[in-house]
Design a protein around this ligand. Structure first.
Ligand code: M6R
Length: 608
């Protein structure tokens, strides 16, 4: 999604904001732009494509400015063109804004401005907002911004500058994240902490409908009605080193290989094996209510939704609480029935996915206990929940989620045990299960040794344009996740299915041209899955099986077998997904795809 970085201080603004948007480019973008205020004049450059194309347009006119902002755009309104790139200006050409979000009533606002005689150069909703702020401008930018935003329906994270106010950035948010980094005599406003951490670790997170007025001497925050708001200064959790490749070719590879460590971090201090219980500090304030919950609704999008499907299974098995997993985008609009004692648990790596946030709000407004499983500390979902559990797996940069997925599974496994132990699991049962969980990082480490085997398989099938992934029970969501990984980064069509559903239609697709990945660890669906493998084989299909170490029987049935360590049955998804992540990664690399920034995708989907 769009990235925003603005700087005010004593240093040269241009390189700082450019470096900032480069740190955000993992979020996905299609054009970029920059504005600085220099010698009482606004200087703007914009370009389509990569940030390097924008850099080619930079000249001495931007030099020496100590106030500036930059933007990466992910198109929503209007095509990918230079006039549609941000920053956008008002009629005077002295005021500029950058924006992330959607102005839903922009048509009505545009008609109003057109009646007042204004004309427009772009097809964007953002230009309407810039012109509206300009329309209200009477010598004080903060007043004009507040006035305009009171008229707006929709979401925004904005930063605004005015050539007549060279000592001020005005920033505001509703729905789209915005953070103010507090340095020594300088400030960086950004949509993501990744653009701030190299300058400072001290930040404030703006809440919805708040405005920050940032000068070289300090900052103030207000509501849209100009009432002062006091903010706590917080510490950003991660470091610059975590945002770098560290010798890997891609962030996705780095993050796949980080998983043993990220899972250890995720569990650190949370498993009390001796007492046979889980300690989740983030849930302490709601534990009484949570233990008594009658129904849990897990809500999420994409990979996080797949994690939810596994979580549903674990919670029902261990805690015996009815649990269902809902696509956030569907749940929010379907007038859901929330009875007393319902818990809505949002799962999100970024904590900014707009549909997941809206689903959480929907549940909460209808009286549910609102919980979150989030990676990004201080993100909107984390701040809007009644309580929650952080993943602590470190920042995930690759668009394809990997370590966040296994982190989400681990947190869900811990929540299931937390509830199970308080409802009916014995000390011994919980001890066994938690010991199994504690052993997972080592098992993942072992599964990572399949790297070269997965590369060979990816090379053998590199020209196949359709793949099928089959799994049953706990392995069905893993099949969905494997298929999603493959399609999003290598653009190969892939479908995940419950293996038994194949007979109800998709079996017609089976041919030697379509590799079929079958998840077949030793679990209580194993015999059934062998039957499904036979069905594929007898129709000429080519099977790649993911199986448990020591299973020689399967080698006679499948063309390729990738063996993963045997772990506690309920926790097997944590290891069976590893070869699928690597398979997708190698297929994308072999096809020459941009692994970390796949086309059309954004890391955090902050628009509907
Ligand atoms: O940040 P979130 O976990 O809320 O993101 C949800 C999905 O957009 C995300 O998992 C997406 O499906 C990934 N690209 C999958 O790799």
């Amino acid at each position: 999604m769009c990235g925003i970085v603005a700087y005010i201080g004593e240093r040269e603004a241009c390189p700082i904001v450019l470096e900032g948007i480069k740190r955000l480019d993992y979020r996905g973008y299609d054009s970029a732009g920059i504005a600085v205020v220099r010698d009482g004049r606004l200087v703007i450059r914009r370009s389509v494509g990569r940030i390097s194309a924008l850099e080619e347009k930079l000249d001495h006119e931007l030099e020496g400015a100590t106030l500036g902002m930059a933007h990466t755009r992910w198109a929503t309104h209007g095509g990918v063109t230079e006039p549609n790139a941000h920053p956008h200006t008002d009629r005077s050409g002295k005021l500029a804004i950058v924006h992330n979000g959607i102005i839903e009533n922009y048509r009505a606002l545009k008609a109003f401005l057109a009646q007042a005689g204004l004309t427009f150069e772009s097809q964007t909703d953002t230009e309407i907002l810039a012109k509206l702020i300009g329309y209200f401008y009477e010598g004080k930018l903060e007043d004009a911004v507040r006035k305009a935003l009171r008229e707006v329906r929709g979401t925004f994270g904005i930063a605004a500058l005015h050539a007549d106010e060279p000592g001020t950035i005005v920033a505001a948010r509703r729905g789209s994240p915005l953070i103010v980094g507090i340095g020594d005599g300088e400030y960086v406003v950004a949509s993501d902490a990744a653009a701030i951490v190299q300058h400072t670790s001290q930040v404030i997170y703006l809440s919805d409908n708040e405005v920050a007025i940032v000068t070289r001497d300090g900052f103030r925050t207000t509501t849209l009605d100009a009432a002062p708001v006091s903010k706590d200064i917080e510490e950003v959790e991660y470091t610059l080193r975590q945002l770098e490749l560290g010798g890997h070719q891609h962030f996705m590879a780095k993050e796949i290989f980080e998983q043993p460590e990220s899972l250890r971090n995720c569990m650190r201090g949370r498993l009390d094996l001796e007492a046979g219980r889980v300690v989740l500090g983030g849930l302490t304030s709601v534990s009484r209510e949570l233990i008594k919950t009658k129904r849990i609704i897990l809500t999420a999008c994409g990979t996080a939704w797949h994690a939810g499907l596994v979580g549903e299974y674990l919670i029902e098995q261990l805690a015996r609480v009815p649990c269902e997993t809902e696509y956030a985008s569907e749940f929010r609009y379907r007038n859901p029935i929330i009875e007393d004692g319902t818990t809505v648990l949002a799962i999100s790596q970024s904590g900014e996915t707009i549909d997941t946030l809206a689903a959480l709000r929907e549940g909460r407004e209808r009286g549910a206990l609102a919980l979150g499983i989030v990676n990004s500390v201080g993100s909107t979902i984390a701040r809007e929940t009644d309580a929650g559990v952080y993943l602590h797996v470190g920042p995930e940069i690759g668009v394809a989620s990997t370590k966040a997925f296994t982190g989400q599974l681990t947190v869900l496994a811990m929540i299931a045990a937390f509830l199970g132990r308080r409802r009916h699991l014995s000390h011994e049962e919980c001890f066994q299960y938690l010991s199994g969980l504690a052993a997972i990082p080592d098992a993942v480490e072992k599964a990572l040794q399949l790297d070269s085997a997965t590369r060979q398989i990816a090379a053998e099938f590199v020209d196949a344009n359709n793949w099928l992934y089959l799994g049953r029970g706990l392995q069905y969501p893993v099949a969905l996740e494997g298929a999603l990984k493959l399609k999003e980064i290598s653009y190969i069509h892939a479908e995940g299915l419950p293996a038994a559903e194949m007979k109800h239609g998709p079996i017609a697709l089976i041919s030697e041209d379509m590799p079929v990945v079958v998840l077949a660890p030793r679990d209580h669906w194993y015999e059934k899955v062998l039957g499904n493998i036979n069905e594929v084989r007898s129709r000429g299909g080519r099977v790649i099986a993911i199986a448990s170490e020591g299973d020689h029987e399967i080698a006679d049935l499948a063309e390729h077998v990738l063996y993963v360590p045997d772990v506690t049955e309920l926790l097997q998804p944590l290891v069976t997904v590893i070869p699928l992540q690597m398979l997708a990664y190698h297929a994308a690399v072999l096809r020459g795809c941009d692994v970390d920034k796949p086309r059309n995708l954004a890391k955090a989907v902050t628009v509907e």
